[in-house]
Design a protein around this ligand. Structure first.
Ligand code: FMN
Length: 188
């Protein structure tokens, strides 16, 4: 028997992404977002849903750009901090000991210390309710060379991204490789 848990945001897992923006004065800010994911292959796009109350919301509306930074499991503490403090009154880069890098492609900063960054240009906004969904067109993905596999793709074990479990409100690292996609199902 399955127990009904009600209409809740209990999808597992969701990413732990760090959204980089500039405010109107040009100050770099970063915030944690878990209501996010890939939403189109062509053009390549990501979505991230933010509450209007966040400082980042106004920054994206004003600058029409953002970056998605992927922290590794070792950086989970910083990710948690970036989701509890607002850039409205705090320099979170300094607070977390992180370095802002000016993107050459979009009007937003990225985080030097995290293994991967996705530079995005805003192409859609959708007010859903508490959250507004922002769709960003991926202009480039940058990754530290040490996290790339032999084919030049980000290696899941080397990036070691943080994933989040809504409900329990806990962070996890990803587990073991199961096998190749579009392949292991061919046996059936
Ligand atoms: C794990 C985690 C996930 C979060 N996901 C989101 C999210 O998807 N959308 C959102 O609006 N806030 C989210 N938050 C809360 C914001 O990160 C938080 O309100 C932050 O202080 C906003 O920063 P800012 O005011 O500098 O933009 C999350 C926080 C944590 C710890």
């Amino acid at each position: 028997m399955k127990k009904s848990l009600g209409a809740q945001t209990l999808v597992q897992p969701v990413p732990v992404w760090i959204i980089g923006t500039y405010d109107e004065a040009g100050r770099p800010n970063i915030m944690t977002a878990a209501w996010a994911g890939i939403c189109c292959s062509q053009p390549p796009c990501v979505s991230v849903s933010l509450r209007k109350a966040t400082y980042t919301y106004g920054n994206i509306v004003a600058r029409k750009c953002f970056t998605v930074n992927v922290p590794s499991a070792e950086q989970a503490k910083a990710a948690d901090y970036l989701g509890m403090v607002s850039g409205r009154d705090t320099d979170k880069f300094a607070g977390a000991g992180l370095t802002p890098v000016k993107s050459e492609l979009v009007d937003a900063p990225w985080v030097r210390e995290f293994p991967m960054v996705i530079e995005c240009s805003l192409i859609h906004s959708l007010e859903i309710g508490l959250h507004t969904l922002f769709v960003g067109r991926i202009m480039d993905v940058k990754a530290d060379e040490e996290v790339l596999d032999g084919q030049g793709h980000p290696d899941m074990e080397r990036v070691s991204p943080v994933v989040y479990s809504p409900g329990a409100r806990t962070y996890y690292r990803v587990g073991q490789l199961i096998g190749p996609a579009f392949s292991i199902g061919k046996d059936l």
